[in-house]
Design a protein around this ligand. Structure first.
Ligand code: FAD
Length: 481
């Protein structure tokens, strides 16, 4: 097939503003392909919640391609092998794709490059996943940044990201290769169907991403600066799963936000704050390209010697939202029931696991990996290490969130907590975050029987805090080479 190319979709499941697809469209016929490589990533292969999203996202992408007269070819198997097969079957020579930043991405790409070259063509890789390529952002001394604020300042000094491009027209091949049937991949859970109702909460796909961005910028961004820490309020964009699967590009977000600033200059502060959070996503990828072991090993090597504890029952209580600390339990149940958790609550539950329970941050990272729709290798690893104290530019280990005070401050009226922990719905505000201090009569009136209808706290806050600080003190004696 003369001048035919594969466009290899990865975590860039969109048609608009995709430089690699635009380049492919200019080169001749395009065969869009998605490969479900179950083993890719090893321990970090796609988690359960992400698989649910992927299923729906691929459905949408296939429909969007059909609407422009093209198709999505689905294949399951080892990536390089499948690409080699497809090149042979179709006679295509070139493979176009967007760059990805996971530690295993380079090796896979090298394999793809080899098979494309053997077919007489080339592997052509394009940006599109980040605003700024990590190797272009360097300190004055030419080294990568390790601290967020100067990193983001340096990004903002770069030429502005290019304007987003519309979806290209695609020329189809004369004959389509065989495509597998998405349902046979069984990406959605059945028995039990723990994702029941998620399709009423989320609209995966490019159109859903665009709606989420516009709704946020039109209706919520004005409260973002002050309100992003309050989990009961719809003040954040909830764009993270769309970004994870590349259903929207950071450039599209950047420019839509710049236009919103022009229209509403008094929202500029909130919009810049929002863009700086997109900056954190960039920073996490920047860190992982410097230290590819980040998902598994502490950035600060001293933390490899931290006396982490193993306690299966405590881990299970944390995972299932039964720690006896209402804000922790609310967050963990929100995660399980919706595939998402508000950022403030993510920080509080992560602090609780690593500091109150002294459990390794990797335990939490893995649980989030499986349960989060937005599970992203770089953001998840960096955030867990940030909270756990071992990361770059991390929150110091001795800063231990008080789960009672955090609830009282960020969910004062208890709307979020009572929703996810309905057994405390009738608790008065005064005792909502410390039901164990409530008088017997108050508990009775609220229908709460501690240890029966709602757990007693699995650890005592003050004691746990002291123990965590003692454990942290042991690191002072660790001598590093
Ligand atoms: P908004 O506040 O609207 O922010 C806009 C976008 O900026 C987000 O969609 C996200 O892409 C990015 N962003 C915001 N905050 C951060 C941050 N701290 N670090 C990196 N990027 C950020 N985010 C993920 O996308 N995937 C993860 O696996 C992930 N794991 C996390 C684990 C822990 C322990 C913690 C504390 C945070 C984690 N985050 C992760 C970061 C953050 O919680 C989410 O990005 C955010 O809650 C998503 O909600 P939003 O889209 O409404 O965010």
């Amino acid at each position: 097939m003369a001048n035919a190319s594969l466009y290899w979709f990865r975590q860039d499941l969109r048609l608009a503003d995709l430089p690699g697809l635009i380049a492919a469209s200019k080169s001749g016929q395009v065969i869009p392909v998605f490969i479900f490589d179950e083993a890719l990533g090893g321990d970090w292969k796609l988690g359960g919640a992400s698989q649910w999203w992927l299923h729906h996202s691929l459905q949408k992408l296939a429909a969007d391609l059909r609407a422009i007269g093209s198709r999505l070819v689905l294949r399951r198997g080892e990536t390089v092998h499948v690409i080699a097969q497809l090149l042979e079957e179709t006679g295509a020579q070139n493979v176009f794709a967007s760059r990805q930043y996971q530690p295993w991405a380079d090796e896979t790409e090298q394999g793809v490059r080899k098979v494309a070259e053997s077919a007489g063509g080339a592997f052509k890789r394009y940006p599109g996943t980040l605003l700024f390529e990590p190797e272009n952002i360097r300190t004055g001394g030419g080294t990568p940044f390790k601290v967020f604020t100067p990193f983001w300042r340096a990004c903002l000094k770069q030429p502005a990201p290019a304007q987003p491009q519309p979806a290209p027209a695609l020329t189809s091949p004369n004959e389509w290769p065989h495509s597998e049937v998405l349902d046979t991949w069984e990406l959605c859970p059945k028995k039990p169907n723990w994702a029941q109702g998620w399709d009423t909460l989320w609209t995966p796909g490019e159109a859903g991403a665009s709606t989420a961005l516009n709704t946020f910028l039109d209706s919520h961004v004005d409260s973002y600066g002050d309100g992003r820490d309050f989990p009961a309020q719809p003040n954040t964009s909830r764009l993270s799963p769309f970004l994870k699967f590349g259903e929207i590009s950071p450039r599209q977000i950047w420019w839509t936000a710049q236009n919103a600033k022009q229209r509403s200059p008094n929202e500029a502060g909130s919009i810049d704050k929002f863009l700086s959070e997109i900056g954190w996503r960039e920073f996490c990828n920047h860190l992982v390209t410097q230290f590819p072991a980040m998902p598994d090993r502490a950035w600060n090597p001293k933390f490899e010697y931290f006396p982490w504890q193993r306690h299966g029952a405590n881990l299970a209580a944390w995972q299932s939202g039964n720690t006896g600390y209402p804000i922790i339990d609310a967050g963990m149940r929100e995660l399980w029931q919706t595939g998402f958790m508000h950022n403030r609550v993510r920080m509080v539950v992560a602090s609780f696991l690593t500091k109150h329970l002294l459990m390794h941050w990797r335990e939490g990272e893995q649980w989030f990996w499986d349960c989060l729709l937005d599970a992203d290798l770089a953001s998840n690893a960096c955030s867990w290490q940030w909270v756990g104290g071992s990361g770059a530019d991390a929150s110091p280990y001795f800063r231990i969130f008080n789960p009672i005070a955090q609830g009282e401050k960020f969910d004062k009226s208890g709307v979020y907590t009572r929703h996810w922990v309905p057994e405390l719905a009738e608790m008065p505000d005064k005792y909502l975050y410390k039901p164990w201090e409530a008088p017997e009569l108050t508990l009775k009136a609220a229908g709460v029987e501690l240890g029966k209808t709602y757990p007693n706290p699995i650890v005592d806050h003050r004691e746990a805090r002291e123990t965590a600080l003692e454990a942290y003190a042991t690191l002072k004696n660790v001598a590093m080479a």
